[in-house]
Write a protein that binds this ligand. Structure first.
Ligand SMILES: NC(=O)c1ccc[n+]([C@@H]2O[C@H](COP(=O)([O-])OP(=O)(O)OC[C@H]3O[C@@H](n4cnc5c(N)ncnc54)[C@H](OP(=O)(O)O)[C@@H]3O)[C@@H](O)[C@H]2O)c1
Length: 319
């Protein structure tokens, strides 16, 4: 049976996605920072569904770690341990509150974790994706400043990769954690659309999709927030209020299963933006800026430079 790689597939939305994929008989490759945290999920999936579950260590904020994870995954395919990948789900990520933090290569942590590491992973794994395979980016409604999701978190700023990677350096005023997060998710939508265009232009039948899981307070997403804020966010009155004011709300179970569907169901077309909201998965329009092809191409080309992508690493269809 076909295999799907998912980053952050051992917790939150990703865990529910892994469960849904395994229940449908897909082999799963869990990609995450801790083999110990992934091992118990791997055991659960193998026992419950009899599928093959591989594990790859990856820290998406570290370009060196992404390179080594991609090499490991490619060798799993080349050695016949797993089939070529029918989907790569770029799902790991988070919002990092508190003082600015930087990746091992010196890039701002939100951009490095949510964007650049996954960009490099996509480039390096493209050769082992099945001919009709799919890349999915877990984005967020917060990327769109015209929605309540975007307004509450902080409006996304210009998706300039070099500026975002160097945010807050040399004494410059840094973006708020909310704006860093919403902008990183705008970059994920732009990556998905640019990837879809590049693959299409090259005549490839590999597809690329952006997915908004909706606001889900009971994953690990709010872990950097003070305990009182986490408690309020998870309370029933807050859930009620969010719905009233138009926030896109969902549950980990529904959005995880929806993410699995987005990854493997051929009815979803390349270059689309799908959103999970209150038990429904539907195709939506993303923010106005996300359709700007010039910004997307600039983000892609700057990301290549920042990631140090060598020309011999770059698949022909993504040039
Ligand atoms: N929950 C929401 O309201 C919401 C809304 C919109 C979008 N999203 C997006 O949905 C995705 C999943 O989030 P979630 O809500 O399920 O939260 P979660 O439970 O915290 O899951 C996040 C996952 O990302 C992994 N991760 C974080 N940093 C990483 C790194 N540097 N390298 C590798 N893995 C890393 C975490 O692994 P560890 O166990 O190692 O920490 C964890 O498995 C994220 O992209 C998030 O931005 C969430």
């Amino acid at each position: 049976m076909a295999s799907v790689l998912i980053t952050g597939g051992h917790s939150g939305i990703g865990l529910e996605c892994s469960r849904s994929l395994a229940a449908q008989g897909y082999n799963v490759v869990l990609a995450g920072r801790s083999l110990a945290r992934m091992e118990s999920v791997a055991d659960e999936l193998r026992t419950a569904h009899g599928v093959h579950v591989g594990m790859v260590e990856i820290d998406t904020s570290s370009l060196a770690s992404v390179r080594s994870a991609a090499a490991h995954c490619r060798s799993m395919v080349e050695d016949g341990e797993i089939d070529s990948l029918v989907a790569v789900i770029c799902n790991a990520g988070g919002r990092f509150d508190g003082p600015e933090r930087y990746s091992p290569e010196g890039y701002e942590l939100t951009f490095a974790t949510n964007c650049l590491g996954h960009f490099l992973l996509v480039e390096l794994l493209c050769p082992v994706v099945a001919a009709d395979g799919r890349f999915v980016f877990t984005a967020s409604g917060t990327h769109d400043p015209d929605t309540m999701d975007g307004k509450l978190v902080g409006a996304a700023v210009e998706p300039n990769a070099v500026a975002l990677a160097n945010d807050g350096k040399d004494g410059a005023k840094a973006l708020s954690a909310g704006k860093r997060y919403s902008t990183s998710k705008l970059c994920d939508v732009l990556y998905a659309y640019e990837l879809a265009r590049r693959l299409d232009r090259a005549g490839s039948s590999i597809t690329a999709i952006a997915f908004d899981p909706g606001a889900i307070p009971d994953t690990g997403f709010l872990r950097d927030m003070p305990k009182a804020v986490q408690w309020i966010a998870k309370s029933r009155p807050m859930g009620w209020l969010e719905k009233r004011i138009g926030v896109t709300t969902s549950t980990a179970e529904f959005s995880g299963a929806a993410l699995a569907e987005v990854a493997v169901d051929p009815k979803h077309s390349s270059g689309s933006y799908l959103q999970a909201k209150e038990g429904r998965l539907s195709k939506r329009r993303s923010s106005t800026v996300s359709y700007d092809e010039g910004r997307a191409a600039a983000l892609w080309n700057d990301s290549k430079q920042l990631a140090g992508l060598r020309s011999d690493e770059e698949p022909a269809e993504l040039r």
